[in-house]
Design a protein around this ligand. Structure first.
Ligand code: ADP
Ligand code: 5GP
Length: 306
């Protein structure tokens, strides 16, 4: 049996669908009502607007918040003949071209912001704007770089369950608002989160299909140099961030891909290679995949001067 994701991780059997319809017309409304009365209605919208009604040959009717063309596309991809040899299928998920969630982590100062800024010139993705309780740096804009909020507002969002993940970092709180991430994924747009490692693993646990990318710099000394040269943090804050960096770097081995940001142009190009290969399900990004032995060697090299 093959299963298709119809939103929020809800799955339906791919073999037993007989129609995919929109919910607006009177006959479809009647079908929904009849299924409700018979107890054969499955509501997979999680409280959102119904965008697609799936009529199954078992007489079940499923409501999904995902657009009909997105659901249809997922069924079509499942039905497409497999032309790639098995050894080229480096992940089963990579073959599907539906919207993907990319989680990017790197110790502060490694250059993830710089790389992503360049990547966004070439690739159309939704960049998730996080909430933080830290103060804006010079030039940072509220709602663009972060939603700068108070601790009280942050705690209220935690209480409401409004974060996909959240974590403390260097005396401040950071969190990813859930709603925009889910809405963009459901609308078929890729999403990029730029978050630290604790939050990244929370996301991976909740959404195992997320693609995890870790960015490294050549050495701890180089990270410190980049942070100092950026000139946005005091020496005390830089030291705190360096301690955090030394803790985060070994976690690179638990990500799907690792990119070394030594030469910036190469790092941007490597990142785009990984993104494009994941999206198209083609080979070409294998050399950036974490390989326990190789990645550990790389991590040891970076930490040599810690
Ligand atoms: P992060 O977002 O990971 O905290 P930034 O993107 O702000 O890091 O980069 C930190 C500093 O390092 C910036 O001043 C940036 O210009 C610089 N930088 C980024 N990539 C490189 C690189 N490959 N070589 C040298 N400096 C870099
Ligand atoms: P900065 O203060 O330098 O902007 O960010 C500090 C760290 O917090 C970085 O590692 C950044 O990736 C991370 N970060 C930014 N937004 C979020 C978020 O929403 N959640 C988590 N867990 N980390 C975040």
């Amino acid at each position: 049996m093959r299963l298709i994701n119809i939103g929020f991780g809800n799955m339906v059997s791919a073999n037993r669908l007989i129609a995919l319809v929109t919910p607006e017309s009177a006959p479809v409304k009647r079908i929904i009502q009849e299924a409700r009365d018979k107890g054969t209605l499955i509501d997979a919208t999680c409280g959102r607007r119904t965008r697609t009604v799936l009529v199954m040959d078992s007489d079940h009717v499923v409501l999904s918040a995902v657009a009909p063309e997105t659901v249809g596309g997922r069924f079509e991809q499942e039905d497409a003949p497999d032309t790639e040899p098995k050894d080229k299928q480096f992940t089963a998920d990579a073959k599907k071209s539906y919207a993907r969630l990319f989680v990017i982590s790197a110790p502060s100062g490694c250059g993830k912001g710089t790389i992503l800024k360049r990547v966004f010139e070439d690739i159309d993705v939704f960049y998730s704007v996080s909430c933080t309780t830290r103060a804006p740096r010079d030039g940072e804009r509220n709602g663009v770089d972060y939603h700068f909020i108070s601790e009280k507002e942050f705690n209220a969002m935690v209480e409401k369950g409004a974060f996909l993940e959240y974590a403390g970092f260097s005396d401040h709180c950071y969190g990813t608002p859930m709603e925009p991430v889910l809405t963009n994924l459901e609308n078929g747009r890729d999403v990029i989160l730029e978050i630290e490692t604790d939050g990244a693993f929370q996301v991976k646990k909740a959404m195992p299909e997320a693609v995890m990318i870790f960015i490294l710099a050549p050495s701890v000394g180089e990270i410190r140099r980049r942070l100092s040269d950026r000139g946005t943090e005091t020496p005390e804050v830089i030291e705190k961030r360096m301690k955090q960096a030394v803790k985060e770097i070994p976690r690179a081995k638990d990500y799907d891909y690792v990119i070394m940001n030594d030469d910036l142009d190469k790092a941007v190009s490597d990142f785009e290679t990984v993104y494009n290969c994941v999206k198209s399900g083609t080979s070409g990004a294998e050399k950036y995949m974490t390989d326990k032995k190789e990645t550990i060697k790389m991590i040891e090299e970076v930490l040599k001067d810690a």
